[in-house]
Design a protein around this ligand. Structure first.
Ligand code: SAH
Length: 223
């Protein structure tokens, strides 16, 4: 970590960021997160780098926080839960829809070989790229585009994680799953969504429904 990071640590958190992360990880464990890799990666990754300036002191609360342009960095518990569900199939190559702050992409980068992440808002993507560079994370590739179309040039993916809520699961994303590949997405209306996991099988797709979640909407076009 460089000097300006240390300054931000000292400024906002009122305790070392490591101590704050240790506490958060304890809480995630109590809430039922079991995957050791996920817990260790969250213990390492400085979430306060991924939130807006001025919100660093809240970075290790278990809540979603604004990242500008009406978007949010997801709640740590949900990030941990989705990552745990995604890793169950031991994917090597993962596509994320909705880079946002870059936190979920950075976390995945610590846990799988290759991460591809697409975002529709260019200014958010630029900030996310800057953070990934600062953390010397080199196995994430990003694109500015409407993620509902996925990233066909790089398909197939072992896993796809959608971090914005749609009314349906996009067929073009399912088409980019490798055999046995898994897609995880919040599906539903603006106010009520469920986490859905779809697995590609020899005969088609198998769907499993998990807990209720609240995500910002999956929108069309780019900004
Ligand atoms: N995974 C992010 C949180 C995402 S918030 C993180 O770790 O911080 C959801 C993000 O999805 C927002 O940045 C939003 O702009 C983006 N998004 C919404 N619809 C999209 C689409 N069609 N394609 C790509 N990104 C989209």
């Amino acid at each position: 970590m460089n000097r300006s990071t240390l300054r931000r640590d000292a400024a906002g958190l009122g305790m070392t960021s490591q101590r704050a992360r240790d506490r958060l990880v304890e809480r995630l464990r109590v809430l039922g997160i079991e995957h050791r890799g996920v817990l260790e990666a969250m213990r390492q990754l400085p979430r306060h780098w991924f939130v807006d300036e001025g919100l660093e002191s809240r970075a290790y609360e278990d809540s979603a926080l604004p990242i500008g342009l009406g978007q949010t960095i997801s709640q740590p518990y949900i990030v941990a839960r989705m990552t745990e569900l995604l890793l169950a199939s031991q994917p090597k190559k993962v596509l994320e829809i909705g880079t946002g702050s870059g936190y979920q992409a950075a976390l995945l980068a610590l846990l799988v070989e290759q991460v591809f992440s697409v975002e529709r808002i260019d200014s958010l993507l630029r900030n996310a790229r800057r953070r990934l560079r600062a953390l010397k994370i080199e196995n994430v590739r990003t694109r500015h585009r409407d993620g509902r179309l996925g990233w066909a040039e790089e398909a197939p993916f072992d896993a796809i994680i959608v971090t914005a809520a749609g009314a349906v699961i996009e067929p073009s994303l399912l088409a980019q799953l490798a055999p046995d590949g898994v897609l995880l997405a919040p599906v539903g209306s603006a106010s009520e969504q469920r986490l859905i996991r779809v697995q590609r099988t020899l005969s088609g797709f198998q769907e499993q429904v998990f807990e209720a979640v609240v995500f910002v909407p999956l929108l069309g076009g780019t900004l």
